[in-house]
Design a protein. Structure first.
Length: 416
């Protein structure tokens, strides 16, 4: 891939990495912070904070149309970020990278534009049973509008997608949309098998990579998906900006998502001519500082080496699973082994409600996520109200896992 670098073969110094993230020195309720809510959002390194601050201090200006010096510098930085994103996921062209507000908007964009163009009464969209609401609701909305239907790839008791009837499920399907990594269970889904089956029928695929790009290499040419979405804020970058990748030939077929600003070439009261890619899908003033912050986050990840990150997180995941399984009443939801899992451990302790567990962990300075994780159908599948979700990032260490385990035991004793 284009983002392999000379640092791709060394062990990471996690203690040094932790010093790059100022928030990790925070104390919560008198305890040093243990931040294990990274699937919701990651913390930001100094380099990202500095890059955004520097933009506002030195080159703040609107992009593209300005002929003055600051606008030209801002445009150069903004479009340089687009190229960096394209290289990061190995897109063929930088105009295949569309800036959005995040994964949710990226999926909504494709649902609306693809649906208006291609979806007809009686057609179907296929998703999986382990999707985030953001990859369910937009498809339900467009299916209702177009008199189409939503189909679902089922999941077994271990959290593995059941592909036995995939060929039959693909009948009448116009697009397949599913996640690379489940945000609620952490399992890495069989992307190659699903994409291959869809492409045999000429069906395009949208891959939700929101929980993947921060943990592993993501190469859109190798994956051969038509569309891919991810968010900056889960990749150590700022909130409010994300990415939609689309193959050029598909993006050119779709109508614009919103009207106004950058997405036009000419406007008269009789007719509007739309802009070329990528601007056709980027109406309005963009988030310049966000794009620059995302580029800085990618630089940070590449400096560590994505394979080194994957290796370090895999080792920590193995340690966490081994440590937590010895806790009385521990129940893992989604039983993927460490090598088939990325970032997330979703669990229950006996009959303790996850909210109660989360509150007591917080009082000990341990931040986890509790609830349905915007994946209610997953919780319904396992007949549970929700889970406690501990999610890992490159700055987490074994001491964080030990603090989590100690906190769980203390909470269980208090609530028993």
């Amino acid at each position: 891939m284009t983002h392999t670098n000379i640092l791709e073969s060394h062990a990471l110094d996690v203690e040094a990495i932790r010093k790059d993230f100022p928030i990790l020195s925070t104390h919560v309720h008198g305890y040093p912070l243990v931040y294990l809510d990274n699937a919701a959002t990651t913390q930001k390194p100094e380099s990202v904070l500095h890059a955004m601050d520097d933009y506002y201090h030195t080159i703040n200006s609107n992009v593209h149309r300005g002929v003055h010096h600051l606008s030209q510098l801002a445009t150069e930085a903004y479009e340089g970020a687009r190229q960096k994103i394209a290289d990061f996921i190995n897109a063929r062209h930088n105009h295949e990278i569309i800036y959005t507000r995040g994964t949710t908007e990226s999926i909504n964009l494709i649902a609306a534009c693809f649906g208006r163009k291609f979806l007809k009464p009686g057609d179907s969209i296929l998703v999986s049973a382990v999707e985030h609401h953001s990859n369910i609701v937009p498809w339900q909305m467009i299916c209702e509008e177009r008199e189409a239907s939503l189909k679902v790839i089922p999941v077994d008791d271990n959290g593995e997608l059941i592909l036995d009837d995939l060929e039959q499920l693909l009948n009448g399907v116009k697009l397949v949309a599913f996640n690379y990594v489940s945000n609620s269970l952490g399992g890495i889904n069989p992307v190659e098998a699903i994409v291959t089956a869809a492409h045999r029928r000429g069906i395009p695929v949208l891959l939700d990579a929101a929980q993947a790009v921060q943990h592993m290499e993501v190469d859109v040419q190798k994956l051969d998906v038509e569309f891919l979405a991810f968010s900056s804020h889960k990749l150590y970058g700022p909130t409010g900006i994300g990415v939609l990748y689309g193959k050029e030939e598909w993006l050119n077929q779709l109508p614009p998502y919103q009207g106004g600003g950058e997405m036009i070439k000419t406007v008269t009261f009789e007719k509007t001519t739309y802009n070329d890619l990528p601007y056709k899908f980027e109406a309005g003033t963009p988030d310049m500082a966000g794009a620059i912050g995302l580029a800085a986050a990618i630089d940070y990840v590449l400096g560590l080496g994505i394979r080194n990150i994957a290796r370090a997180e895999h080792d920590l995941m193995h340690y966490a699973l081994e440590t937590l399984k010895d806790i009385d009443g521990f129940r893992l939801i989604g039983k993927h082994e460490a090598q088939r899992r990325a970032g997330v451990i979703s669990f229950l302790i006996g009959d303790i409600h996850p909210f109660d567990m989360g509150e007591i962990l917080d009082k000990q300075g341990v931040a986890v996520r509790t609830g349905h994780h915007c994946a209610q159908p997953v919780m319904d599948r396992y007949c549970i109200p929700g889970t406690v979700r501990a999610s890992l990032a490159v700055y987490n260490n074994r001491q964080d896992i030990d603090r989590l385990a100690t906190g769980i035991r203390k909470a269980a004793k208090m609530l028993s």
